[in-house]
Design a protein around this ligand. Structure first.
Ligand code: SF4
Ligand code: SF4
Length: 129
């Protein structure tokens, strides 16, 4: 993360992929500063949990565990209650203020391709049981 310069390219790439807009408010990946304006940048994004707490918190079944990790959102079922956003311990789900629905990572890897400093990568995790 030391190479991140906070250009937000990853956030723009995400918003364009998910919603076809260039707006960092519509991104499923968040770049935040740590320790004030001169602090380092941190990335907050879905870690692809295999037993996702966000899906467990959804009382209407709008979030389902995704094969390989993370979740899939059924926008029709979603009531916009925000419980999934609260349940994610790392704060990876933000609510879209326009649609009132969660902005959910689809693990497409667009953010990794548009980072000019190769800060991000998408990795397949092998589960050993
Ligand atoms: S949004 Fe949070 S709780 Fe849900 S799968 Fe991703 S990291 Fe896990
Ligand atoms: S905001 Fe939507 S997806 Fe999230 S818990 Fe509420 S109904 Fe489920």
């Amino acid at each position: 993360m030391g190479r991140c310069i906070g250009c937000y390219n990853c956030m723009f790439a995400c918003a364009r992929t998910l919603y076809g807009v260039l707006s960092i408010g519509k991104s499923a990946i968040q770049i935040r500063t740590q320790g004030g304006i001169e602090g380092n940048f941190i990335v907050v994004t879905c870690r692809g949990c295999l037993d996702p707490q966000c899906a467990k918190a959804c009382k209407v079944g709008a979030l389902k565990p995704r094969k390989g990790g993370g979740v899939l959102l059924d926008k029709e079922k979603c009531t916009g209650c925000g419980e999934c956003s609260v349940a994610c311990l790392i704060g990876a789900i933000t609510m879209d203020p326009e649609t009132k629905k969660p902005i959910v990572c689809v693990h497409c890897g667009a953010c990794t391709r548009f980072c000019p400093h190769n800060v991000l990568s998408l990795e397949k995790v092998e589960v050993l049981v």
